[in-house]
Design a protein around this ligand. Sequence first.
Ligand code: GUN
Length: 291
Amino acid sequence: MKILDGKLAAQAIKGELKITVAQWVIEGKKVPHLAAILVGNNGASETYVAAKVKACEETGFKSTLIRMEEDISEFKLLEKIEQLNNDPDIDGILVQLPLPKHISSKKVINTIDPDKDVDGFHPVSVGKMVEGMPTFLPATPYGIMLLLEHYKINTKGKHAIVLGRSNIVGRPISILLSGNANPGNCTVTICHSHTQNLKDICLQGDIIIAAIGIPEYVKPDMVKDGAVVIDVGITRVEDASRKSGFKLKGDVEYDTVAPKCSWITPVPGGVGPMTIAALLKNTFNSCIQKN
Ligand code: GUN
């Protein structure tokens, strides 16, 4: 069993990007600039946004973190997005999800200028992705593709089982893996809460992408010997022995599943860091397109 080390791969990608950005700036071009909006103070969202801002700093990007109160009106949030859409210094806009219940995520996503949609959630970006046109790919699926590419995992003709059908991970990764590209060219099965015989389907998987958000859901009797397992789950589970009071658990029962795999991602240190590397790549591409 070998580890798909997302921390290492992300460091390599960010290192390359840092050199490219420095060269770009030496040529007198604009410093790439990401604007992140964080509504409320959900602990996990705080951590993710802080990591995104830190990665910008480390890679030579500008970042602006806009914090809004939990009870901010939808109108005020949309107004802020419009302002960022019209600000020529901003290359990428991300609004951290989930949002409070009184705000429509759909409306928020649809308000972001598709040319600054570095999260790849706008219907224009999604449509282009489905068509195989160049666009911003959603950060988590794009990060998984970069990880497969980094470790030269052969995906051609393989059966990929995707657990979860979210717009953020399950659906887009199923489209990317089935695409005529490398990585890609998989036969893809998407499973969800109404799937029957889930265990039998999982056992057919040469590649399993677990993105359901249920800690340790995938057990060893669901995984074929030699499978490649990508764990997207990152749930906070109470742990009184830790200073933070929690530990992070993936969707895969790592200790029992790992010995069966050819490759597996750890949690943390697998998909998470790759998501951030992918977001930076999107932001720099946006900057290049505009300048
Ligand atoms: N919440 C969970 N994943 C993501 C992501 O990739 N982008 C944003 N904006 N919010 C998220």
